[in-house]
Design a protein around this ligand. Structure first.
Ligand SMILES: [Fe+2]
Length: 234
């Protein structure tokens, strides 16, 4: 899908509509559409922890749907703004949150995983390893806590290892549906997000979500989480 920019001029040139909407023109900016990112590994590279079939469907169908629906919602938003259609602008917020969140979350999720031969499952070292030991006691403690929270999550959602970049504090958070971590706090940065929607495991693990949560740690890319931690720590 080509990267496209929805017309900023079309938005900014509608001063009258902007006025009726009560939106300051300084807040109205151009929107860029998003694209499906490539996976940094082959679909079968995470086996046996996660099957190639799941990875292919998860990436090409589920993530692609969030991308397509987010872009569609942006186009509808542009149209609604240009018409001064406040009801439609408000109505579109849920689609933007859900599909934009789905795109954000999955874009992080792919980078949170790595094939075993490329370091998947290797424990974090350096500063993130020390922060985990200091704040949680051990890596095993985080695994147990995140698996417990993930297993207990009702419906669909995500479990996160978060960094509060204001105080270098780690925490475990959950979000419902496709809510991104930022909905839990503006200063929270996702180090590791685990997708606990059924589409992430059902074809392989059926109803046994705890087995999925147990095995995913074998392909967690702690190197990526460490890089984010070091970059975002004050
Ligand atoms: Fe997913």
């Amino acid at each position: 899908m080509a990267l496209g920019r929805l017309s900023r001029k079309a938005l900014l040139g509608l001063g009258g509509n902007g006025g009726r909407l009560g939106i300051g023109l300084g807040l109205v900016r151009g929107f860029e559409t998003v694209t499906l990112p490539d996976l940094p590994y082959d679909y079968g590279a995470l086996e046996p922890a996660i099957s190639a079939e799941i990875m292919l469907l998860h990436h090409q169908k589920h993530h692609q749907a969030y991308v397509s629906n987010y872009n569609k919602a942006l186009e509808q938003l542009q149209d609604a703004i240009s018409k001064g259609d406040v009801s439609s602008v408000v109505k579109l917020q849920s689609a933007i949150k859900f599909n934009g969140g789905g795109h954000i979350n999955h874009s992080v999720f792919w980078k949170n995983l790595a094939p075993v031969q490329e370091g998947g499952g290797e424990p974090p070292k350096r500063s993130l390893g020390w922060a985990i030991d200091t704040q949680f006691g051990s890596l095993e403690s985080i695994v147990v806590k995140m698996n417990t929270e993930g297993a207990a999550l009702q419906g669909s959602g995500w479990v996160w290892l978060a960094l509060d970049k204001e105080g270098t504090k780690l925490s475990i958070e959950t979000t419902a549906n496709q809510d991104p971590l930022v909905t839990k706090g503006a200063t929270l940065v996702p180090l590791l997000g685990i997708d606990v929607w059924e589409h992430a495991y059902y074809l392989q693990y059926k109803n046994v979500k705890p087995d999925y949560l147990k095995n995913i740690w074998k392909v967690v890319n702690w190197k990526y989480a460490s890089e984010v931690f070091e970059k975002e720590s004050p």
